[in-house]
Write a protein that binds this ligand. Structure first.
Ligand code: DOR
Ligand code: ZN
Length: 344
């Protein structure tokens, strides 16, 4: 197959940042995605409906097309109340994001005690607001490669027992354990998977030198986990859908003695997912993953427009230069991709 036409896709997890960066990040995503779930980990974080709606407005202002629909998320903190949940218009803010405090970029104000938020989860469940989870424990004595599994055992299992109806997305899963948990859960649980976790494993981070542009959180795992993620998408299960976790950081903050976590994949994510499905001989499963299952899980209509990808080689630029001179190294920089979006 040399071309594939699918319903227009959505990105169910990404980071746009704010300010000057929006003209870059929103345009890069709107080139192929119709909607995106926008993460709230700004500084300061997006902790209530008013902040989320104002942020949404800035994103719309930056969008090169009126066709793009940002979907906002609330950042949960120890101070989040049921009243804050009640003030949300779910048509614009369908979800709230749980960052365990200290788990990742800008998560310092995140949740230190998950049990403390149980009244908030109760209200979200009643209202049909989704809970999106960064599923890693933060205990210093837990090995970074085991943090996702420990989070499942210690927090996710009890949470789902307590709130069976709460729609929960286990974001950017990285392990066999997470795939098993999601597959073993009922229809209230789904997961997003990033291009980097499908394409890479920890050798791509650490062999032959440290590769800061492949550093993200949760960190890349061993190849058996990568194989499980690839098997999950190849299975065609509607419990797994597209969420790029595209997360820009300036070049000098990644190439640093304490480099930031995040891969800026928006320039090629859809093409890279296509490559993965092609490698797995499963291009027929791409549309469900990229364009159907996320919308279905969120209870939103599927997109009616179509897009076409063609088998065609191109090279990801080494560098993206922003109007103010700042630079970002995109994910897959300088490497060849074998599928290209046809936007003619
Ligand atoms: O790699 C990551 N980058 N993981 C996250 O959870 C956050 C993100 C960011 O905001 O840069
Ligand atoms: Zn993220």
């Amino acid at each position: 197959m040399d071309s594939i036409t699918i319903s227009a896709p959505d990105d169910w997890h990404l980071h746009f940042r704010d300010g000057d960066l929006l003209s870059e990040t929103v345009a890069a995503t709107a080139r192929c995605f119709k909607r995106a779930i926008v993460m709230p980990n700004l500084q300061p974080p997006v902790t209530d409906a008013a902040l989320a709606m104002a942020y949404r407005e800035r994103i719309l202002q930056a969008s090169p097309t009126p066709d793009f629909g940002p979907l906002m998320t609330l950042y949960l903190t120890q101070q989040t109340t049921t009243q804050i949940i009640d003030e949300v218009d779910l048509a614009y803010i369908p979800a709230a994001k749980l960052y365990p405090a200290g788990a990742t970029t800008n998560s310092q104000q995140g949740v230190a005690s998950i049990e403390h938020l149980y009244p908030v989860f109760e209200r979200m469940s009643e209202r049909g607001m989704l809970l999106l989870i960064h599923g890693e424990v933060t205990d210093a004595d837990v090995d970074i490669f085991d943090r996702e599994k420990k989070f499942i055992d210690d927090y996710l299992v009890p949470l789902k027992q307590r709130f069976p109806a709460l729609k929960t997305v286990f974001e950017h899963i990285t392990t066999t354990d997470a795939v098993k948990f999601v597959n073993g859960s009922d229809a209230s649980v789904a997961a997003t998977i990033t291009p980097q976790h499908l394409l890479l494993n920890r050798n791509d981070l650490l062999v032959g030198g440290i590769r800061p542009h492949n550093y993200c959180l949760p960190v890349l795992k061993r190849n058996s986990h990568q194989t499980s993620l690839r098997e999950a998408v190849r299975s065609g299960s509607n419990k797994f859908f597209l969420g790029t976790d595209s997360a820009p950081h300036l070049q000098h903050l990644k190439e640093n003695d304490c480099g930031c976590a995040g891969c800026y994949s928006a320039w090629g994510a859809l093409e890279l997912y296509t490559q993965v499905f092609d490698d797995l001989d499963s291009l027929d499963k791409l549309e469900g993953f990229a364009s159907h299952y996320g919308a279905d899980f969120y209870g939103l209509p599927r997109n009616t427009q179509k897009i076409t990808l063609e088998r065609s080689n191109w090279v990801m630029p080494e560098l993206i230069e922003l109007p103010n001179g700042d630079k970002i190294v995109p994910f897959f920089a300088g490497q060849e991709l074998s599928w290209k979006l046809n936007n003619s």
